[in-house]
Design a protein. Structure first.
Ligand code: PGH
Ligand code: CA
Ligand code: ZN
Length: 307
């Protein structure tokens, strides 16, 4: 059943588990994600970026999610706008049927971010839609980074407290050292868990981890086996994801892992038979591999069995 993101994330916040927010750009990805949720009896957040919306058409994106959530009424599903860049973009998503939106104004000065977030909260709450905002910048941090440098990119817990109380935002993405994509850390993976705990204590709302792909060994191995190159890639280890959930993260944004798992299988089919051109022969094993990754992640984050 399609529900507000607030419903799913408030429960996760109260009960202390994490829910994966999985990106999709087409039917195959969405179906693979839904299959995992059904197999694991997990609540589900599916999210589309502005780029994904442009690729699919917003009407198609919403129709796909509505249709699959009607097919599996036992699964609570939220449809979330990932990294909405403007008030207009958020309103468009809400009008089209999204049940959760992110207004990402974190690259603006604090006051501007707050002002823009407040505007979105006002309209979203009038429509029963949840709102996510972000503080700080997504960027890998290293061992030898200075305190001043850290403070410049990561979330400021005092600011987070003020931001949440003044904006009435439903969930917050605090930058604690992750970044998007397959190359998250130069050296050893490192996240600022102390800062996370401080933000959670001061805000007491669901928190969001962006750039949360793990690039598990099995996924990397599959991509390499297919002839792909992922030299230097590094994700957020499972143990870190679990520590983040313990520290108050409830929404875990995951895109890169899904893409890698899917494309490895597509490439393998092409390699094995270069006269194959039936799309289904490529997409069926690719979807299956993606379902496995999503299902495993639901176990890791603790959302399995939480419907
Ligand atoms: C993400 C996805 N989407 O908003 O934060 O991050 O690149 O780690 O999957 P990954
Ligand atoms: Ca941002
Ligand atoms: Zn993100």
């Amino acid at each position: 059943m399609l529900v507000s993101g607030v419903e799913i994330l408030q429960k996760a916040h109260r009960e202390g588990y994490g829910v994966g927010a999985f990106n999709f750009v087409n039917f195959e990805m969405l179906q693979a994600i839904f299959k995992a949720a059904v197999a694991k009896n997990s609540p589900l957040i599916v999210q589309a970026s502005e780029g994904a919306i442009k690729y699919m058409g917003i009407d198609v994106a919403v129709a796909l999610v509505r249709t699959l959530s009607a097919r599996y009424p036992q699964i609570p599903v939220a449809l979330h706008l990932d990294h909405g860049t403007s008030y207009e973009s958020c309103v468009k998503a809400i009008r089209a049927g999204f049940t959760s939106v992110m207004i990402d104004a974190s690259h603006h000065p604090f006051d501007e971010n707050l002002k823009e977030t407040k505007r979105v909260v006002e309209v979203a709450h009038a429509c029963g839609v949840g709102v996510e905002a972000e503080l700080g910048r997504l960027m890998g941090i290293e061992d030898n980074i200075s305190v001043a440098e850290k403070d410049a990119v990561l979330v400021n817990p005092e600011e987070a407290e003020r931001f949440v109380s003044e904006s009435q935002v439903d969930y917050l993405a605090p930058a604690i050292g992750t970044s998007h994509g397959a190359f998250k850390f130069k050296g050893e993976p490192k996240l600022d868990f102390e800062r996370l705990l401080d933000v959670k204590k001061r805000t007491n709302i669901p928190l969001v981890l962006h750039g949360a792909s793990a690039i598990p060994d099995s996924v990397r191995a599959s991509f390499l086996e297919s002839g792909g190159d992922l030299k230097g890639s590094k994700g957020v280890p499972f143990a870190f994801l679990q520590e983040a959930v313990k520290g108050g993260i409830n929404k875990i944004n995951t895109d890169t892992d899904l893409r890698i798992a899917f494309m490895a299988e597509v490439r393998k089919v092409g390699n094995a038979n270069n006269s194959e051109f039936d799309l289904r022969k490529f997409f069926a094993p690719a979807s299956e591999a993606m379902t496995k990754v999503v299902a495993e992640r639901m176990d890791i984050l603790g959302s399995s069995g939480k419907i």
